[in-house]
Ligand binder design. Structure first.
Ligand SMILES: [Zn+2]
Length: 298
């Protein structure tokens, strides 16, 4: 396969970016820096075009594809992967040729899925596992890196069960990333309890758990919480009543003082900070249900 070492360099550079930023990587001051390959800077993707083949490549297959930040939810999901549409125009125009060559050559690529404007969740290695010129779209499925830590190799998942598991895992993480993106935006990237404003320490907590009946990934089912408040909320050590008041569990309130515990206790009986828009506010019915659980936990 052509461009093997270029793809390896690209995936290794993605590993570094993910270690820095987490699962959601910003375009600005992140992806836009590109990666080093044989003394040159190579862009990771082409946000405007979607299908991207680097100028330094020898082979015909795309190096990356991305969903549009303007319409990040267009790509239909199936149990085997994600549909990705051709560009407008001929099926043989250059971008479509690069996309279809990725299928013909089983070339591993990076699939950048927009989670919110300016941010992507990179799925790599990903493979184009089907190409349909009639519906003008391909099917993209996650692969896996195998081998020694310093020299892992991308592999296509042949086993249908393994592939479906990988797709499901990718979808769950993708939904989480999009949910987090929406909730953080709604709360101006602050912890709703302590106001901490450090994006890397913030999570989107579900009020009703994801898999429960009312657990849809809508902003009103979320709370923007720092890591410690998220953990405490999940463990019912901190609760939020339907009137938007913070409650700290008796167990913590009665516990001996220490600086970290004071940090948790001081917000007891204080109001949470609400999002600016009414529709984003935590749903009172869900809070009420959840608060019952907190009460029952004592
Ligand atoms: Zn907090």
């Amino acid at each position: 396969m052509a461009d093997e070492s270029l793809r390896t360099a690209c995936f290794a550079a993605m590993d570094v970016l993910r270690a820095t930023f987490g699962e959601e990587v910003p375009y600005r001051d992140g992806l836009d820096r590109g990666f080093a390959f044989r003394g040159r800077r190579v862009p990771f993707l082409s946000p405007q075009k979607g299908i991207y083949r680097a100028a330094v490549q020898d082979g015909a297959a795309a190096l990356a594809i991305n969903t549009s930040a303007n319409s990040p939810y267009d790509d239909e999901e199936t149990p085997d992967g994600f549909h990705y549409a051709y560009r407008a125009g001929s099926v043989d125009q250059p971008d479509n040729r690069a996309l279809r060559a990725a299928f013909a050559q089983a070339a591993p690529l990076v699939y950048f899925i927009a989670t919110r404007p300016g941010f992507y969740r990179p799925v790599y290695p990903a493979y184009v596992i089907a190409d349909d010129t009639m519906t003008r779209r391909v099917l993209v499925s996650p692969g896996r890196m195998i081998g020694p830590l310093d020299e892992p190799e991308p592999v296509l998942l042949d086993d249908p069960l393994e592939r479906r598991y990988a797709v499901r895992e990718t979808r769950v993480r993708l939904h989480q990333a999009r949910f987090r993106g929406r909730v953080l935006v709604a709360y101006s990237s602050r912890c709703t309890i302590c106001s901490l404003k450090e994006t890397r320490l913030l999570d989107a907590a579900h009020i009703a758990a994801d898999l429960e009946e009312h657990g849809e990934p809508v902003v009103s089912n979320g709370l923007s919480l720092c890591s410690i408040h998220h953990r405490a909320f999940d463990q019912d050590l901190v609760g939020v009543s339907p009137d938007y008041t913070v409650h700290v569990s008796k167990r913590l309130l009665d516990d001996e003082d220490c600086p970290m515990l004071d940090l948790l206790k001081q917000f007891h009986a204080k109001p949470i900070e609400l999002p600016s828009r009414r529709v984003w506010r935590p749903d009172r019915d869900r809070l009420s249900e959840r608060f019952e659980r907190f009460r029952a936990a004592g």
